[in-house]
Design a protein around this ligand. Structure first.
Ligand code: GTP
Ligand code: MG
Length: 428
């Protein structure tokens, strides 16, 4: 037998022995303690409503919780889908419920049918929870859990088939959230059309591999009702907060010239089935599934992405310390590589700049030499001109002096002539 097998056997826990008690001890009150603790702590439940503008999301929420939530009509002109969460504190008997209703505002209105904001919103809530879990000082006890427990997907009652947007969106969401598809405004579609529409929708969901939430059948207490209700999906609902007198009772209904559609009449619509399944029977399962299935998947992917793993190839137990060391080494070598890359880049840049500067210096030098040559040439020409001018001036001065000499000689000659004439006259 291999050493590791022996180790495993010696490490295996022995089977605990069953013993009978001699009398009442009291730990049978544990379930009650659990209930009491949960009631004190309160519950949170988060619903995401996805469906085109005006499909009846707010009306249905008001009808489901028999109250009026502060909701404003959504604009049809939003540039992209925006998630609008609103949280309310509700109380029924001594149970407190922190209910968050998240509206996907603008869904289905855009030409650009982007479902990314919805996926991102769901992931952000998972990430917030994960961050809280990873904190050294965790306070999960009073942490406001905003993870989406259920997505009510409102299908337009066309009677034809699902829109491609519906299929694409549900496919993207099905691994992240429990989807319950519902046919909205079911009073606008006839009974036979509705029957065919339901079959068509379920067929399309199956053929496109969309996983919708199935009411659990593993708990005996609710297995039967859940199995029956699974066959009724998608629920066709009618919402209304109006009260109409039927017989001598006031009931919530929609009144038309030809009759009254009663919200809570199971012959009229599936509203009661939805309320029963969503709130009265499976609310805790939805919360549980969100934590154990959808969040678990997100957490696993995220931790694997961060480099954590349960065991290596030889099935060695997971060590947080080793993973941390490995990640640290990886990070440091990456840092070193980046540093070296940056240093090299810097050296290259300096070399480049140095070359550029040298080239510029050479150009400047050449320019200077050229200008110097031009300057010398100019100077030589000016010098020559000056010499020529000097020579011309000298020649001019000589000519001037000669002229002046001639002039004075001539002047002298003319002044001597009258004297001689006078002498000659005297002789005669
Ligand atoms: P936005 O938040 O603006 O996207 O709309 P919404 O999806 O919340 O719809 P809202 O509940 O405001 O309802 C829009 C209109 O549809 C209102 O006039 C409602 O009275 C009507 N309406 C709601 N539910 C039903 C229904 O079940 N049947 C019919 N026929 N009309 C409904
Ligand atoms: Mg609304």
């Amino acid at each position: 037998m291999a050493a590791t097998d022996l180790e495993r056997i010696s490490n295996a826990e022995p089977e605990p022995r069953s013993l009978s008690l001699g009398g009442h001890v009291g730990f049978d009150s544990l379930p009650d303690q659990l209930v009491s603790k949960s009631v004190t702590q309160g519950f949170s439940f988060n619903i995401l409503c996805v469906g085109e503008t005006g499909i009846g999301k707010s009306t249905l929420m008001n009808t489901l919780f028999n109250t009026t939530f502060e909701t404003e009509e959504a604009s049809h002109h939003e540039e992209c889908v925006r998630l609008r969460p609103q949280t309310y504190d509700l109380q029924e008997s001594n149970v407190h419920l922190k209910l968050t209703i998240v509206d996907a505002v603008g869904f289905g209105d855009q030409i650009n049918k982007d479902d990314r904001p919805i996926v991102d919103y769901i992931d952000t809530q998972f990430e917030n929870y994960l961050q809280e879990e990873l904190k050294i000082r965790r306070s999960l006890f009073d942490y406001h859990d905003t993870r989406i427990h259920v997505c009510l997907y409102f299908i337009t009652p066309t009677g034809h088939s699902l829109k491609s947007l519906d299929l694409v969106t549900m496919k993207k969401l099905d691994s992240k959230v429990n989807i319950i598809p519902i046919i909205a405004k079911a009073d606008t579609i006839s009974k036979s059309e509705l029957h065919k529409f339901k079959i068509k929708i379920m067929g399309e969901l199956v053929s496109n591999g969309v996983q919708i939430y199935q009411f659990p059948t593993d708990d005996e207490a609710v297995a039967e009702i859940n199995a029956v209700m699974n066959a009724h999906l998608p629920f066709a609902v009618v919402g209304s907060t109006e009260e109409v007198k039927v017989g001598n009772k006031l009931v919530r209904a929609r009144q038309y010239p030809w009759g009254v559609v009663q919200v809570e009449n199971e012959n009229h619509c599936d509203f009661v089935k939805l309320r029963e399944m969503l709130i009265r029977v499976n609310m805790e399962d939805l919360r549980e599934q969100t934590h154990s299935r959808h969040y678990e998947l997100y957490r696993r992917c995220k931790l694997e992405e961060m480099g954590f793993q349960d065991s290596d190839g030889d099935s060695q137990p997971f060590s947080l310390q080793e993973t941390y060391e490995a990640k640290r080494k990886e990070f440091l070598s990456e840092l070193q590589r980046k540093e070296e890359e940056m240093r090299q880049m810097f050296v290259n840049k300096v070399k480049e700049t140095e070359l550029e500067l040298k080239e510029k210096e050479r150009e400047l030098h050449e320019k200077f030499e050229h200008l110097k040559r031009i300057h010398q040439e100019e100077k030589r020409k000016v010098e020559e001109k000056r010499r020529e001018l000097e020579e011309e001036t000298n020649a001019f001065n000589c000519r001037k002096a000669a002229m002046e000499a001639l002039q004075s000689q001539a002047l002298h000659a003319t002044s001597q002539q009258p004297l001689r004439k006078d002498k000659d006259k005297k002789k005669f």
